[in-house]
Design a protein around this ligand. Sequence first.
Ligand SMILES: [Zn+2]
Length: 326
Amino acid sequence: MNLLDLIEELGLEPRKTSISRGGEYHCPCPGCAGTDRFMLWPEEDRYWCRQCGMKGDAIQFCRDFQGLSFRSACAKVQKDPVDLNFRLRRQPNPVPTRVPTSSWEEKAKIFVEKSAQRLLIDIAAVKLLLQRGLTLDSIKKNRLGWNPLKLFCRRTDWGLEETEERQWVCLPAGFVIPIFESEDIQKLKIRKSEWKEGDFYGKYYEVPGSSPILPIFGNPSNETVIIVESEFDAMLVVQEAGDLCACVALGGAQKRPHPFLHEWLLNRKLILFALDFDEAGKKEYAYWHKSYPNLAPWPIPEEKSPGDYFSKGGSLKKWILSGLQS
Ligand SMILES: [Zn+2]
């Protein structure tokens, strides 16, 4: 039995999307649903879910999704357990990453679409993004939006649990930053327009119910990746140097990669780490340095962030090129 037979046993009908690697198929993930986030290459005996990070071969599939032991899985796919190397005997995958509920996804999608329309008719808001260096094309590609007024919605409307103290989802005024995973919306952030230096709460607000994944911006088959702090910086790096590298936005220095991202990072040729090296940053850097042997520190030459550097006339492309040569 190959992976296609196994997944069809679960009632899923994978769609062939490409002929690369002997045929690539997409379908909902048996672990975390979605629409086409689960990818399989039966010829290569390999699958992975872009959302929850479950991955492996036919034997691992039986263990993860059909509850079989290693030996029963080997019997099912007609492989001799003795012939199998150590890699196949690894532990079951970690628990899938939490994903948004479908009512959350629906609400978020409507909000994102409306905000994107509002942005494009609000010249002042567009101008603010252009001043950050983003082109109109990048604004549209990233489906950025504008929420002019603070909104309150019922938590239950967003598929979130409601308690006596927590009944509302607040959507502050500001730039709406959606994070998609193919067409599935995974995360929603708002860069608050009323935020000032010294405010108790941060500049960015993550809408409750968002998935904790860290997004990859740009082309994930790039062998180099650069790690920056904010999503806006990531969009800018991809706009200016997307041919040279992909980009990961941490959206908070303490954030850590989920299992799939971790594996993907380990498989890059080079990780350039561009976060601040202030006192707090040093501790974070120690973690990254320890976890990824392919990582090199690559702070921005001037200013605090790639966005600031770019708006002062610095070239992100040159900065990254010299990182590649270092
Ligand atoms: Zn999944």
